[in-house]
Design a protein around this ligand. Structure first.
Ligand SMILES: C[S@@+](CC[C@H](N)C(=O)[O-])C[C@H]1O[C@@H](n2cnc3c(N)ncnc32)[C@H](O)[C@@H]1O
Length: 267
């Protein structure tokens, strides 16, 4: 059995998103450079991306990456020095964002994913980075606390590419837990599928393929502000197609109709 075979199906999607970042990094008109994405994607991620039903999703990762980089950088510049990447996958912000110098950053993900990442990425991070193997449906806040996170000081949280895989009650529980550990001055950044977009995409070859491979998309909402405002956050929401237009790229959701969202919130 290869190391790749140990990954849970949803964890393999972290290799796919890394492949999408590697693909973008190689473009002459690239929006960002992730120098570590290719080895983290590996043959497995590159093969997933090469499938014609999946390749079109790459533009979503391309668009959200610099948008999220900017939000995290802004939060750090506002004085927040604790960063938690919830379901970090093959995220390399701890290594590639100069703005994270002086921050303490925790990467939460499944043990086997973080072990694989540790084997594939042999470089010194810019942030003080801790890999924290957890099950996000378990008592991960206790593990985070034991690893040095201080819930009485502000944190910038990122949950990227995660919520569409979680049933609605798990999304609510996760957001409640993050909120409970967020001191005033904290920031939360998430990406969301619209419920109408999810419905419109159901039955497409890409979603069928994801479902067959054990990683179905199950959650979307067209009330992103409500999802966070009801928990005491002040959200700023951007339509995915507006974020795409801002960087001069086509949106995977087209120019009209159902869309997805990028949300940045403060508390
Ligand atoms: C699509 S990947 C996103 C990774 C990264 N945030 C990105 O955007 O590239 C989803 C990640 O969620 C993680 N994940 C899903 N459910 C989880 C759980 N219950 N506990 C820990 N990690 C989980 C997977 O292991 C995977 O790394």
């Amino acid at each position: 059995m290869s190391v790749d075979d140990d990954l849970d199906p949803v964890a393999t999607t972290a290799r796919l998103t890394a492949a999408m970042r590697a693909h973008e990094s190689a473009r002459p008109d690239r929006l960002f450079v992730d120098p570590y994405a290719e080895p983290l994607a590996g043959e497995q991620g590159m093969a997933m991306l090469a499938h014609p039903d999946v390749a079109e999703a790459g533009s979503a990762i391309t668009i959200r990456t610099p948008w999220i980089d900017e939000r995290i950088t802004a939060a750090v510049r506002a004085g927040v020095d604790q960063v938690v990447l919830v379901a970090a996958g093959m995220d390399t912000r701890a290594w590639r964002l100069e703005s994270l110098a002086g921050t303490t950053l925790w990467e939460l993900d499944r043990p086997e994913l973080l072990a694989l990442k540790g084997r594939l990425l042999d470089a010194e991070p810019i942030a003080t980075r801790t890999a924290l193997p957890v099950d996000l449906t378990g008592d991960w806040p206790a593990a985070l606390r034991a690893a040095g996170h201080d819930p009485d000081r502000p944190t910038v949280w990122l949950a990227e590419g995660l919520l569409q895989y979680l049933p609605e009650p798990d999304v609510g529980r996760l957001l409640d837990t993050i909120t409970a550990k967020s001191a005033p001055g904290s920031h939360l950044v998430i990406d969301l599928l619209g419920a109408a977009l999810l419905a419109a995409m159901s039955g497409t070859p890409m979603l069928q393929r994801f479902a067959e491979q054990g990683m179905p998309w199950v959650f979307g909402t067209d009330d992103p502000d409500g999802l966070l405002a009801s928990r005491g956050w002040s959200p700023t929401t951007v339509h995915f197609r507006d974020a795409a237009a801002a960087v001069g790229r086509p949106s995977p959701s087209g120019t009209e109709g159902p869309d997805g969202y990028l949300v940045s919130a403060t508390r």
